[in-house]
Ligand binder design. Structure first.
Ligand SMILES: CCCCCCCCCCCC/C=C/CC(=O)SCCNC(=O)CCNC(=O)[C@H](O)C(C)(C)COP(=O)(O)OP(=O)(O)OC[C@H]1O[C@@H](n2cnc3c(N)ncnc32)[C@H](O)[C@@H]1OP(=O)(O)O
Length: 244
């Protein structure tokens, strides 16, 4: 089990992403480990997505390093040979949703206050093609098209209806259920499951691997635009104001 614990909201900073990727690599190389449940140790929050402060007012070199770390995390998680189960125990916007989408199975606490989705458009930014591909592979083209354009965040019951998560359970049963699902998936021979998983995901993974440097350039070019920086600053201010 991997429990995110980066207060206050498990935002995916460069350090967080680096540590996450290293942990995944270690587990991947551990023959005794066949599966991982991903959840959060922070009440009400699974992950608030990419750390916006990493994308605001930093150098081009920093943006490149940060984006490479985001790519690395996704390549490791989406391409993992292990069984991956997301036990989503709180809000899961944008990059948080990407992590859940990259797992093999998603169980969410049935609290309608918890929402999940790729809300990038609401921030005035664009979900990269591999976020989009991962989303389409889970919910299909039509739902993804609408959800991505509107940057929709769905409360848990709606997320279930759309197939964005596979099931809802009472919060106190979340980990028990995740363990039961893990046991069910691990009952199959690894090699057959792994080859099948790779067959289903390979095209999407290969697309980023083939265009990784180009994707970093796109990111830097996009995020460095003054209009985008302004949108992000306004969004951060809005988050802070919401509190007071
Ligand atoms: C030609 C084609 C070109 C295409 C090119 C494309 C190139 C790529 C483009 C770029 C893509 C970038 C992709 C980004 C994906 C992301 O993940 S962006 C992040 C999106 N995240 C969010 O929108 C979530 C925002 N946060 C919230 O909604 C809430 O904080 C919460 C629901 C998670 C929790 O709410 P609550 O418990 O009420 O806590 P808060 O008081 O709101 O927050 C506490 C504290 O944390 C700060 N914070 C929250 N989220 C983030 C974050 N993501 N990053 C950094 N900081 C965050 C918040 O400001 C508070 O700070 P203070 O205590 O006020 O200091």
């Amino acid at each position: 089990m991997m429990k995110f614990k980066s207060p206050p909201v498990n935002s995916l900073s460069l350090d967080f992403l680096t540590e996450f990727s290293i942990s995944l690599e270690k587990l991947e190389n551990d023959r005794a480990c066949r599966g991982v449940i991903i959840t959060s140790a922070i009440p009400k929050i699974f992950s608030s997505g990419l750390d916006i402060t990493e994308m605001c007012g930093k150098s081009v070199e920093h943006y490149a390093e940060f984006w490479r770390a985001v790519q690395e995390m996704w390549l490791r998680l989406y391409g993992s040979n292990m069984v991956t189960v997301a036990a989503v125990n709180g809000a899961s916007p944008a990059g948080g949703c990407l992590i859940a989408l990259s797992c093999d199975y998603r169980i969410m606490a049935e609290n309608p206050k918890f929402s999940i989705g790729l809300n990038e458009a609401q921030l005035g930014i664009v979900a990269p093609f591999w976020f989009k591909d991962t989303f389409v592979n889970v919910v299909g083209q039509r739902i993804a098209e609408r959800a991505l354009q509107l940057g929709s965040l769905y409360p848990a019951p709606e997320a279930l209806k759309l197939g964005l998560v596979d099931e809802l359970v009472p919060e106190e049963k979340l980990l028990e259920k995740a363990s039961a699902v893990m046991a069910q998936w691990l009952a199959l021979p690894d090699h057959a499951r792994q080859i099948t998983k790779s067959m289903m995901r390979k095209a999407v993974l290969d697309r980023l691997v083939a265009h990784r440097e180009e994707d970093i350039k796109y990111f830097i070019n996009f995020i460095s635009k003054e209009s985008i920086q302004k949108s992000l600053r306004m969004y951060m201010e809005m988050l802070k104001k919401k509190k007071s």
